[in-house]
Design a protein around this ligand. Sequence first.
Ligand SMILES: [Zn+2]
Length: 624
Amino acid sequence: METKWKSSFILALLVIGLVVLFAWKTIWKRTSPPFETKALPLLPIRHEHVDPTSEFPDRFALQVAVLWTAPDTSSENPLPLVHALKEMGIPFFITRDLGQALKHRLVILYPSVDAHTFNQDQAKQLTTFVQNGGSVFAQNVFWGGLRDLFGFREFQPSRKRYHLAFVGRDPVMKYLNRPEEREVRLGSDSYREIFWSNGYVLSGGAVALARFDDGTAALLTNMLGRGRVYCLGLSLFDVVLRSQNNRDFEAERHYVNWFEPGADVWLLILRAWYETYAGDWVRLATMPNGQRSVLLLSHDVDWQNSFVPCLDFVRLEKASQASSTFFIQTKYVNDANSKAFFWQSLEILRQLKGGGSTLGSHSVIHSRGFNKFDLGSGQEAYANYQPRGLGFDTASGATVFGEVRVSKELLDGQIPDQNTVFFRAGHLRVPPSLPEALERSGYEFDSSFTADDVLSNFPYALPLNLGFDEDSEIYEFPVTIEDEEPPGFAKRVPQALDVILANAENEAVNVLLVHSNESTQKAPAEQDLLRQLPEDIGKSDMLHFAQFWKARDRLTWTITPGSKSNEVLLEVSTKDRVEGLTFEFCRPVALVSSGATLSSNKHRVILPEVNSGQTAVIDIRLSH
Ligand SMILES: [Zn+2]
């Protein structure tokens, strides 16, 4: 009896064990079939960026001279200015030598001028330079020895200035035509203090071009002899780079879907200053093929029913000669937020890719807590990464590396010819370690911020750790317009169009994000917007434009006199293959060589394709 009982107990245990094993295997199989993945190497951070004075050398006369006045290389570096000038396509070099700077027509003093920057003799040289027709753009001039040159009696430092308004007229404000550009916010007044600013009190013939909320001058200009100076009472560190890193004091007036040029105005002022005082200027245009602006199309695919409607978007975009980038959530685990859906989506993803759409990653679990995730080890792989959303904001077992790497591993392994280099975070939540995680996992581009939030409508190099010391290799393309804010995209097409036109006036970029959860309302609305786009505003998927932007940003170019007085030689070397590079000329162009073409207004020269590692040499004859 006892033995019989024992054996049936063992049998029962065996049966239970088998059932459990079978059930576990079935569940596991459901959520995680044995996917083909592509192993990712963990790349080192490249730290390519050396001393700015050797990274940006003196090459040709038209370059703006940036005099780096910081006492040593560990002090405030010129990164904010490098961002501004490169984004605007203004040629420049960086030096610590005043004599070398003054050989050029335009000089920027960065980051500040205090009693230790110049001796009396140098102050005299600078003054003579302006009297003879040179132009200086400076920020935070504190030294009494230069008060007469810049035209101020005193300045008042404060951390309690929250607004700034441009006043009067001056050529450097020629791009600031919209109300959102004539007045900007420096920070939300819910903060007791924000960054330091210096309000100037003017003297002599100096004129205020912008005033802080306390009435002191934020930007002033003064004339001396044949030259002119400008002085800014704040730093591009705070109004450009801080904004682009989203470390601003909530200076944005909206989060998304509106025109917010709060950081761009400073770039546009520098562009206008260059175009006003450089004489016969040439600038690398921001847009390819002589266009005024571009609308970049993207879709976030982050729900099990969001895959089928993708095909409708593709069809309607094709009818408008457009294509888009789909950001794919590679959800392969069941958790509190949703069931796994990646494995069901593969057929459609392969179809999208095969049809010419481009694909990016939209993470694995799409957590609203992503910005709080740890970086992780970099060893996360499909075989060992098991993240679970516990709610919208919380997760277990999830890391930044895991979300970035494993989604790429799956997409690249499962979709023929796919190499995922574009990322967009779920809920647009950005952890400071994202640039590092992306760069070390082989990504090149990100689109996880909104343009309003970072106050920037131009793409930019994303600094490592969202800090202020050096750029990562990643470029950021912030989202301008999305579909979810009430009353929904279909009812906001005129508003979207107005934002696009405002950006086109600045030669800036627009990124449209439309979730593919439904296509019956959203796809026709998108088509409606595409139909209303003016001819000179391009439309592109995100990846192809991003590749253009990266090549443009890493370009080396020079413009030097040719053999005759009205001829110039444009030399362009590129690290990456690039099509449609456009240079804008002050004077109309009469003739171009080497397969380059001219825009109808004769001011833009469009280069033929230049291959990676090549140098294109274009002879250009200017009109008289
Ligand atoms: Zn999403």
